[in-house]
Structure formats: structure tokens, C-alpha cells
Ligand binder design. Structure first.
Ligand code: ADP
Length: 519
């Protein structure tokens, strides 16, 4: 590259000439400053690293640009519309196992909002916050602690480095009573493709002070269409925070047999729906538990699916159950005591499961990090999963299931069978929502082994189609499988998604291909 100008990109946006793109880059520099417009290979490398089972070339960005203000985002939209440059907005840009920071298709310009990272407001009375895209959970946690504000967050597992806005707009989940993050979101600011700035809910009312407390506003409720979509760039998000309870009591229940999953669901679902167990509890299988604390090579040096006898050995030697429940109680001493008695009574009556309290678990993992997650604390312990087989490949396969024992048995058996056919492992947990469960399976593979990468890709495609045939679809998916997933939700849904896209972004400049949506 000439010292005077930015490096020529290795790849151009589809249909845009080199000269036009160079012109767009010059305009981006004029808006953002040269240090916020990245085109050389070294700077793009971290944005190109994917965990999906596909070549990086399929997701290679043409450039990365970093905005710091809403006005800059508006000006970027004008350039993109004129030159037809597609932009892929990211906030904290982690999205592990769902596509990382890289765009759905090659040649998009990543709009990285990490520097728009102001905590605009925390109201300790109403327990609300208003944040920008780049705010991380760690940053928000530190702010609450430093300012002595007794409010708790709800975070996904890589809590410290991800952020509430990116996670919530992709409809991620956490593990506290506020674990269904989009349910606890309230009010958004969105820059539309035409440069207008929309405030949802109460946000459009002049001088309102209710933006972060009343979700619905008036007329059609719009926040939902800006999640898992490409209809706008979200530049502010309101959220509800949980008051820190006087007593917090995390606990685990260990079950020895694979088939116990049926009774676990039947025993605990009524307690969850009735609010006796208030949080998004999880049921983690033996491999998830093991992977969080050690590499597979500790017990098995072979390739392919981990044999059952090895899993039995791990269970016995590490004291891990076939299924491991993590849940928690929150409230006053009296409230917690009453609910604790109900739960222990139900477990006893079921005749299965061994309860482990925080006192019994002591400082041991994985209990310790689970206890952190259920109070919205920072942890990176679950990165262990990526060490299990090694090689950096991870794609979450996350079908939605109803919270009934019979369903879990079917889904678990089907997933195990398909993963086994491809020599991969069933590393799974169920996260219990209000009435649904997210059956989260980490399809782990070695990206440095082309043959295994191909196998993982074929395996994921088969998981989607075989589950699809039985009426099971995923709630979120990585960038390699967005179209196949959109198809499962039916042609009318696809049509409406596209009609909205054409109305709001007629040139298709925002994140083409996100959730299978294009003009
Ligand atoms: P996290 O770091 O918490 O995983 P990301 O920043 O990676 O979150 O965001 C996850 C996904 O959500 C992105 O890949 C993108 O599709 C979408 N997204 C993130 N931020 C925005 C935004 N500000 N506006 C619109 N979509 C966004």
C-alpha cells in the first residue's frame, strides 16, 4: 500500500468496482478518521477468524470501519446507499459459535461499534440501564460495583468480554431470573438505512422519562423486528436489571443415568413455571461438565466420538453426573427457606437426584462458575469447551424444545445418533426458559483438519434437516446456515421478512444474508 492511502482490499463488495470502493473508503475516512478505517490484512485478520466449518474466504470482510457517534453512523448509511456497500454491524463482536465477528457473506464492510461504549444511564430506583453497543458486561458490572449500585446483570457464558446490546439483539440468553434477555429489554434507538433515527416504545415521545420502563409504547411494537434482523443499526438499548437479593442460594442436582433427563424435566418444570425456581436453570450433560474443566485427552487420546466407557470413567473419577442441574434461589431468608423445602421435597419424592449445596461444593469447578453465571458475574470458564477436542471449531446447534420429559429424550437420542455418525461428540445442556427449553449443543471440531471440518459441516446440515423433519428448529444459528434455518420457518415468514427488508432498506445495504434476509 502507498504510504499516503489505505491498503487496497483483498476482496471487494459484490458488484462494486475497485474505483467506487476506493471512493467509499475515502468517504469513510473523511467521516471517521483514517485510524477508524481498516483495510490491511493484519488489521482484518482478527475479524476474519471464524469458528464455523467453512473457509474464512466465504466470510472475509472487505474492510472494518469504527464509528463513535450516531451522526457518524447516519453519514455511513448515506455513503453505503450511494455506492451500494453492504455493512455488517457488530457491537462487542464475539458471537462465539454463531459466526464470530465475520459477516454472513464475503465482501461486506464490518461496522464495529466497540468504541460507542458509554453507559448512558443507570437508574438505581427503577433498576434500569441505557447502554451503547460497545458496552461490555464487565464494564457494566464494574460500573455498578464502583458506584455501589446493588443491581445484578444476566450474562451469557463468556460474560466478561461480550456485551448486553449485541447479545440481546441476537436474542441470546443467560442464567438468572432475567435470563431471557430480550424479555428484559426496554426501548431502543435504531439508525435506519435511510439515515433516520428511530426510538422505539416510549422513546419517540418528547421529554418522556418512561423510555426504559414501558416496553410497548403505542401502535405496532417494533423492537422485535430489530433483533436477529438487518433492518437497522441499533445504537442504544434500554434494559432492566435485577435487584440484588439479600440471600442467594445456588445449588446443583446430580443425576447418574442418561435416561434420567425425562424425570428431571418432569420434576422441575412445574417448579419453574410456578416461579419456585425463578432462574433459567440448566441441565448439563457429562461432556459439557467435563469440557468446562479439562481437555478430552486427559481420558481419551483417540479421534472420533468419545466412547461411552470413557464417559463412564469420567463420571466415576471426576464425580460428574450424566446430567447436572444448576438452579438457584433468590430472596429474603424466609422466601428462600420456603422454596428450598418445596424443591428438596420434590426431589426426594421423585426418588432420584442428589442435591449439592454451595457449602458442599466448596471451591470446586464447574459449580463455582455456574454459581457466578446464575448471579450474572463475570467468568470465562466455559471457554474450556473449545479445549475439549481442540482445533478451534464450534457451531452451536440449539433447537427449541417444549419443557416435557418425552421431548428431551427424543431430542437427546436423535442428536447423539447424528453426531455419532459423523464422529463428533454430544456436548449439551438444556437451558430452561419460561415454558420452552433451549437445547444447546456445541458441535466441536478441529478446524485445522480439513476432513474433520467437512464432516462437521455435513453433520450440522443433517442435524438441521433431521430435527426440522420432526418439527424442531433452532432459535439462532451461525452465519453458514442462516438460509437453511430460515427455510424451516416457512415461505410466508421468509416473504414477510423480505417485504420488511425492501421497505426499510431498499438497497439492501445492512447485513445482507442475516437470518436469510436479503432484498
Ligand atoms: P456479542 O459480542 O455479545 O456476542 P455481537 O456484537 O457479536 O455480540 O453481536 C451479535 C450479532 O448481533 C452480530 O453478529 C450482529 O448480527 C448483531 N448485532 C450486533 N450489534 C448490532 C447492532 N448494533 N445493530 C444491529 N445488529 C447488531
Amino acid at each position: 500500500a502507498a504510504a499516503s492511502g489505505p491498503a487496497a482490499p483483498a476482496i471487494l463488495p459484490p458488484g462494486v468496482s475497485a474505483a467506487d470502493f476506493a471512493g467509499a473508503i475515502r468517504e469513510f475516512i473523511a467521516i471517521l478518521g483514517a485510524e477508524n478505517v481498516l483495510t490491511d490484512a493484519d488489521h482484518l485478520a482478527p475479524y476474519t477468524k471464524v469458528m464455523v466449518a467453512e473457509s474464512e474466504d466465504l466470510h472475509r470482510p472487505a474492510a472494518v470501519i469504527m464509528a463513535r457517534t450516531v451522526e457518524q453512523v447516519q453519514k455511513i448509511m448515506a455513503v453505503c446507499n450511494r455506492v451500494r456497500v453492504p455493512i455488517w454491524p457488530i457491537s462487542t463482536g464475539r458471537n462465539f459459535g454463531y459466526g464470530s465477528a465475520a459477516p454472513q457473506s464475503a465482501g461486506q464492510v464490518i461496522l464495529d461499534l466497540r468504541h460507542m461504549n458509554r453507559i448512558l444511564e443507570v437508574d438505581p430506583v427503577l433498576c434500569t440501564a441505557l447502554v451503547e453497543p460497545g458496552v461490555t458486561y464487565q464494564q457494566l458490572k464494574d460500573y455498578l460495583v464502583e458506584n455501589n449500585i446493588p443491581l445484578w446483570l444476566s450474562c451469557p457464558a463468556p460474560s466478561a468480554i461480550a456485551g448486553p446490546l449485541g447479545n440481546t439483539v441476537d436474542r441470546g440468553v443467560g442464567y438468572t431470573p432475567y435470563g431471557e434477555h430480550f424479555m428484559m429489554q426496554c426501548g431502543m434507538e435504531v439508525v435506519l438505512a435511510d439515515g433516520q433515527v428511530l426510538r422505539t416504545g416510549m422513546g419517540g415521545v418528547q421529554n418522556t422519562n418512561a423510555w426504559q420502563v414501558f416496553k410497548w409504547g403505542y401502535g405496532p411494537y417494533l423492537d422485535g423486528i430489530f433483533t436477529q434482523s438487518n433492518y437497522g443499526v441499533v445504537t442504544k438499548m434500554g434494559m432492566w436489571l435485577m435487584p440484588q437479593p439479600p440471600v442467594y442460594k445456588p445449588f446443583s442436582i446430580r443425576y447418574d443415568k442418561d435416561e434420567d433427563i425425562h424425570d428431571i424435566v418432569e420434576t422441575l418444570r412445574p417448579l419453574r413455571i410456578a416461579g419456585v425456581i425463578p432462574n433459567a436453570m440448566v441441565f448439563a450433560n457429562v461432556m459439557w461438565e467435563a469440557a468446562a474443566i479439562m481437555p478430552r485427552s486427559k481420558y481419551y487420546q483417540g479421534t472420533g466420538t468419545t466412547p461411552d466407557h470413557v464417559l463412564e470413567e469420567i463420571k466415576a473419577k471426576e464425580g460428574i453426573g450424566a446430567w447436572n442441574v444448576y438452579a438457584a434461589l433468590y430472596g429474603t431468608k424466609e422466601q428462600v427457606e420456603v422454596n428450598w423445602n418445596i424443591i428438596t421435597g420434590a426431589i426426594k419424592a421423585s426418588g432420584k437426584g442428589r442435591i449439592i449445596t454451595e457449602e458442599e461444593a466448596g471451591e470446586t469447578e464447574p459449580f463455582k462458575y455456574r454459581a457466578k453465571l446464575m448471579r450474572g458475574d463475570m467468568t470465562l470458564q466455559e471457554f474450556g469447551l473449545y479445549r475439549w477436542r481442540g482445533g478451534g471449531g464450534s457451531m452451536w446447534f440449539a433447537p427449541v424444545t417444549v419443557a416435557k420429559g418425552s421431548e428431551t429424550k427424543d431430542q437427546t437420542e436423535l442428536a447423539k445418533k447424528i453426531l455419532g455418525e459423523f464422529g463428533l461428540d454430544y456436548v449439551a445442556e438444556y437451558i430452561v426458559g419460561m415454558r420452552d427449553m433451549h437445547h444447546i449443543i456445541d458441535v466441536l471440531f478441529d478446524r485445522s483438519n480439513p476432513e474433520e471440518m467437512e464432516r462437521a459441516h455435513a453433520c450440522f446440515a443433517k442435524l438441521l434437516s433431521e430435527f426440522g423433519k420432526r418439527g424442531y428448529a433452532v432459535y439462532r444459528v451461525n452465519t453458514a446456515f442462516m438460509d437453511q434455518t430460515a427455510d424451516l420457518y416457512g415461505p410466508v415468514k421468509r416473504h414477510v421478512d423480505q417485504a420488511l427488508k425492501r421497505a426499510l432498506d431498499p438497497n439492501g445495504i445492512i447485513a445482507p444474508g442475516k437470518s436469510g434476509i436479503r432484498i
